[in-house]
Design a protein around this ligand. Structure first.
Ligand SMILES: Nc1ncnc2c1ncn2[C@@H]1O[C@H](COP(=O)(O)OP(=O)(O)OP(=O)(O)O)[C@@H](O)[C@H]1O
Ligand SMILES: [Mg+2]
Length: 366
């Protein structure tokens, strides 16, 4: 009863999440925000759940926050923690519960940790609260409530069974028009798992992907928001592209007085570490395979997932390389590309390592 009473506030008033970016540093992305607002305001017959994907640091949660502030109410937000023992707390926070008073997920973790497959019937109790919230909300506003699960990538490696439970429940509740779930993730392994399950039939497809800023938006961000001269803004953009977190880092470093050459070296060093962990450098396990993969990708800019898969004889190898942030899987189009402009900049700089020759017309910086 107490928990039901506590639910009133977030359900009726909305969560109004805080946006930690000052107005003068914020890039307004009206088209993507409109897409989010549509997802966050389903009509009463909406019967799909959603998956939103992109690389790390493309501004997903900032967009969700802006959109949910504009929408006002009916959005609950669950931030899946990296440490899953805090999952209870995350659910509690989402629905304004006093943490000590509810154990939403402890029973799932206990089940899973004891190697016992959790059954939906056992876990369903934990999601009852969301259903109750939806009922209250629907009775008042005649539309389903929306639950945003952010950072679901944290589940896919450590406790994929929990992701399965949330997905199954999302499917049933979309069918019943009770609540609409929105899964937000930053890794290709999430859509791959979710798409392989029967509950995928109720997911809204194609999956929504948040892309990088366009060249125009990036230049505006650097020139207007950070007051960087156009000539340097262009150099920074050519180095890291429109990936917002990378743009922010290089812009902050530049304004702190670092020379462009130093910034460039730092970016390239960071990418080299990714190549190292992907085992794509000379004498590494995937070097030979990677060389031809990189050449082919440079020629075509994108490969279908099947073409990409053909380079690997085992699924584990493919996942290992895909998880190391050199390449990026795009579920919306089912293709693979380089993960970022900074990866392309690294390859351009180290063309000799990958046997890429001048006349190959390698880098076409988009
Ligand atoms: N529209 C924007 N204008 C200015 N800065 C932004 C904007 N969107 C995001 N940022 C900044 O970029 C960084 C990454 O944003 P955010 O956390 O929203 O990305 P994300 O896609 O959720 O990342 P992750 O996948 O790692 O969870 C943050 O520092 C944020 O302040
Ligand atoms: Mg995020």
């Amino acid at each position: 009863m107490y928990n039901k009473w506590l639910l009133n506030k977030p359900v009726k008033k909305g969560i109004q999440p805080k946006i930690d970016i000052s107005d003068d540093k914020l890039v307004s992305r009206p088209l993507v925000i409109e897409r989010f607002k549509k997802i966050l305001q389903p009509d009463k017959d909406h019967s799909y759940y959603h998956l939103v994907c992109s690389e790390h640091g493309t501004g997903k949660i900032t967009l969700v926050r802006i959109a949910s502030n504009e929408v006002g109410c009916g959005v609950l937000y669950v931030n899946i923690p990296a440490n899953l023992s805090e999952l209870d707390k995350a659910f509690g926070k989402a629905i304004n519960f006093a943490y000590e008073r509810i154990s939403v997920t402890r029973q799932w973790l206990r089940k899973i940790n004891s190697d016992d497959t959790p059954k939906l019937s056992e876990c369903a109790k934990a999601l009852q609260t969301f259903r109750h919230a939806s009922e209250m909300y629907k009775a008042k506003y005649d539309k389903p409530i929306v639950i945003v699960y952010d950072n679901v990538s944290h589940l896919v490696h450590k406790n994929p069974e929990i992701l399965d439970i949330l997905q199954d429940d999302a499917k049933h509740n979309a069918d019943d028009r009770k609540y609409i779930a929105v899964f937000v993730c930053s890794e290709g392994s999430v859509p791959q798992r979710m798409e392989s399950r029967s509950a995928w039939s109720r997911a809204k497809t194609p999956v929504m992907e948040i892309g990088d800023l366009s060249e125009e938006e990036s230049m505006e961000y650097l020139i207007k928001n950070h007051k960087i001269k156009e000539v340097y803004a262009k150099k920074l953009f050519d180095l890291v592209g429109g990936h917002i977190i990378e743009l922010k880092i290089v812009a902050d470093d530049f304004l702190a007085g670092q020379k462009f050459e130093i910034i460039k070296q730092q970016v390239l060093d960071k990418v080299e570490k990714k190549f190292k962990s992907a085992q794509l450098l000379p004498n590494d396990q995937y070097y030979e395979l990677g060389k031809s993969l990189i050449c082919d990708l440079l020629k075509s800019n994108e490969l279908s997932f099947l073409e990409f898969k053909n380079y690997f004889d085992r699924a584990e190898k493919l996942n290992e390389v895909l998880d190391s942030n050199i390449f990026s899987y795009h579920p919306e189009k089912n293709i693979v590309t380089f993960q970022s402009q900074s990866v392309k900049s690294y390859i351009q700089e180290k063309a000799n390592i990958f046997h890429i020759y001048e006349n190959f017309k390698i880098i076409e910086i988009d």
